[in-house]
Design a binder for this molecule. Structure first.
Ligand code: TXA
Ligand code: MG
Length: 342
């Protein structure tokens, strides 16, 4: 009875606040917790990108994530917890190698795909028998997870297929009015999504390159295998070829050569450290003037959004060096460039 009254109380308060606010942005962890406990959606800051969070144990709340993003329901979600010690609550098996990696990289941009326990609803895992678990490296979201008695399912807080948000304002631009609250934790410092791994025969299988570079995984001494494209990787159905895409077309290649190939087009250029000066370049983003790939990754999605709004006909992005954070940058750009016809 008492529980029912408490739930009702949360529900009424949350709905009242939502109507009042119409998706406000703020730093109120208590409010975010109240809304999430009442089954509402809240955008949360992480060190990688902003997430669109719901109570991971409430199938109705999780269903609203898919509806709000327009995301296909076969694409499973990451479950966020405040400490790697929590993995055992949701995974039926936590290999020693996962514990070692978590001790080194969690909280941080590393997601572990593990066999799931019954308690995790099917809608979170796309009906599959594994669950993706991560401890996000952001103090506000850790505080929020500690205040809740449930983990949070959260994909990136963008409409399906579009560029991931790295600022609270990016979330507001696209999901404002559709969700209860945006918890503002400032800019996402890493700027690309987490690296997703699973373990097979004591080997690390990388399902998505991201915020923990592959070299850092290899440096642990473990064997590492990349399985990052869709055909080699039915386990990570989210690795769709076309993703992270701006609204205007994006082409990859040497900026001068590619720009010269489209003399009649207004071009927006995305480059690593060196500016280009072709006369039809109307906007240009240099991701790291000092040539630092980590800095470049942190600037990638913000720059893509600005170029998308620049009034150009086409974005031309150069290939980045394919190591360290450059691998995640190239992966995102290649998916942004992909169209069904190409
Ligand atoms: O950095 C991140 O990972 C961000 C923040 C918010 O945590 N989240 C994120 O979520 O990027 P999302 O939904 O945009 O990407 C999750 C990725 C997808 O590629 C999905 O297919 C994969 O993780 N994934 C989730 N559960 C999986 C599972 N059980 N097996 C294999 N892959 C899984
Ligand atoms: Mg995403």
């Amino acid at each position: 009875m008492l529980v029912a009254i408490i739930i009702m109380y949360y529900f009424v308060i949350a709905h009242y606040l939502c109507t009042l606010m119409n998706t406000s942005i703020g730093t109120d962890v208590g409010l975010a917790a109240t809304l999430l406990s009442a089954g509402e959606l809240v955008a949360i800051p992480t060190e990688t990108v902003y997430g669109l969070a719901a109570n991971a144990l409430d199938p109705n709340a999780v269903l609203r994530i898919y509806e709000t993003k327009g995301r296909p329901s076969f694409n499973p979600l990451i479950v966020h917890v405040h400490d790697a010690g929590e993995f055992e609550k949701y995974a039926s098996e936590v290999p020693v190698l996962v514990k070692e990696l978590a001790a080194k990289f969690s909280p941080g941009p590393l997601t572990f795909v593990l066999p799931k326990k019954e308690i995790v609803p099917d809608i979170v895992t796309g009906g599959g028998n594994t669950v993706a678990l991560r401890v996000p490296g952001h103090p506000l979201t850790i505080q929020l997870l500690k205040a809740l008695d449930c983990p949070l399912a959260a994909p990136s807080a963008n409409p399906f297929g579009y560029i991931s948000p790295v600022l609270a304002e990016h979330v507001a631009e696209q999901l404002g009015g559709k969700i209860a609250y945006i918890l503002d934790g400032g800019p996402s410092m890493i700027g690309v999504e987490s690296t997703v791994i699973t373990i097979e025969d004591n080997k690390i299988i990388v399902l998505r390159v991201g915020g923990v570079p592959v070299e850092d995984l290899r440096a642990t001494g473990a064997e590492v295998e990349l399985r990052v494209n869709q055909s080699s990787n039915p386990k990570s159905p989210g690795q769709l070829k076309s993703h992270y895409a701006p609204r205007i077309p994006l082409v990859m290649g040497d900026v001068n050569v590619t720009t010269a190939a489209f003399p009649e087009k207004k071009v927006a250029a995305l480059v690593f450290f060196e500016k280009n000066f072709a006369s039809n370049i109307i906007a240009e983003e240099v991701l790291s003037p000092s040539g630092d790939l980590k800095e470049a990754a942190s600037n990638l999605f913000g720059a893509l959004r600005r170029l998308d709004k620049s009034g150009a006909d086409l974005i031309v992005a150069e290939h980045f060096p394919n190591y360290g954070f450059g691998m995640a940058i190239n992966d995102r750009l290649e998916r942004a460039a992909y169209t069904e016809k190409s």
